[in-house]
Design a protein around this ligand. Sequence first.
Ligand code: 6CS
Length: 312
Amino acid sequence: DTWKYAFEEAMTDVQGVYAQKFKEEIEANSDHEVQLFPFGTLGESADIMEQAQAGILQFVDQSPGFTGALIPEAQVFFVPYLLPAKSEELGDFFRNSKAINEMFPELYAQQGLELLTMFPEGEVVMNTKDPVEKPEDLNEVKFRVMTNPLLVESYKAFGATPTPLPWGEVYGGLQTNIIQGQENPLFWVESTKMYEVTGAITLTGHNNFTTAVMANKEFYDGLSDEEKKLVQDASSAAFEHILEYQKGLSEESLAKIKEAKPEMTISDLTEEQRAPFKEAAAQVEAKFIEMTGDSGKKILDQMKEDLKAATQ
Ligand code: 6CS
């Protein structure tokens, strides 16, 4: 039989490379076939999530940036400067975190989803029309964010006018000046040619892009123990593969952007320049607790504990 798996990016982007490895592992170790649906083939992120919940798709990759309405606690990934910047520490965190591996699966299960993995996709940069070096530079900037209330709060705290939009509207929005900025990892800025419609990239170090892969829960619960292990093993193999794949990816992507558009302004903010953005974090964290109550606080506290363990 054929298992359908949709994701939010192209086949050659990070989610696509992960999905291809997952497919390869499943097909090498069973008679099941995995059919992959990249971005644009079945609609926006919200559409593929609906299809996965309805059981039309067996697997879906949806980033917490879009899952906030369904699972408010997933917005924890948008508390600025929470995740570590070093890739080894990030890997350890995702591998061993109790919040990720025990607490989030319960929340996804309530939405009919079996959470298989969460993994990082790369440091997020601000990508704007005009250079940004301080919060004042974001004044009057309509900044596109993923559709997630906490991300709106972050960019308010950073000094911008946040504008939540699905991905499909971002290129056109920048081109027609409806928005003047967006944030994403460098590989994505490069592969989707965002540099064509923007003029500046700012490294603020405020986040790493997190994504999540899940299965329809009814489908997963109906698998035999052996098949469940097959899915878990394929997920683990794809997780290790994608961390390895990302080594040096941001640097390569930045070099390609510079080559395609030499006049692009690249600002890697100093610690001093980052300080006012860091100061905004406490306010965003408080908003997160306000939005999610006890359940969110428990996840955040556990994450902080897991982060401590991963960065020691
Ligand atoms: O910003 C977004 O909406 C998109 N960013 C990435 C890195 N992946 C998919 C997502 O749709």
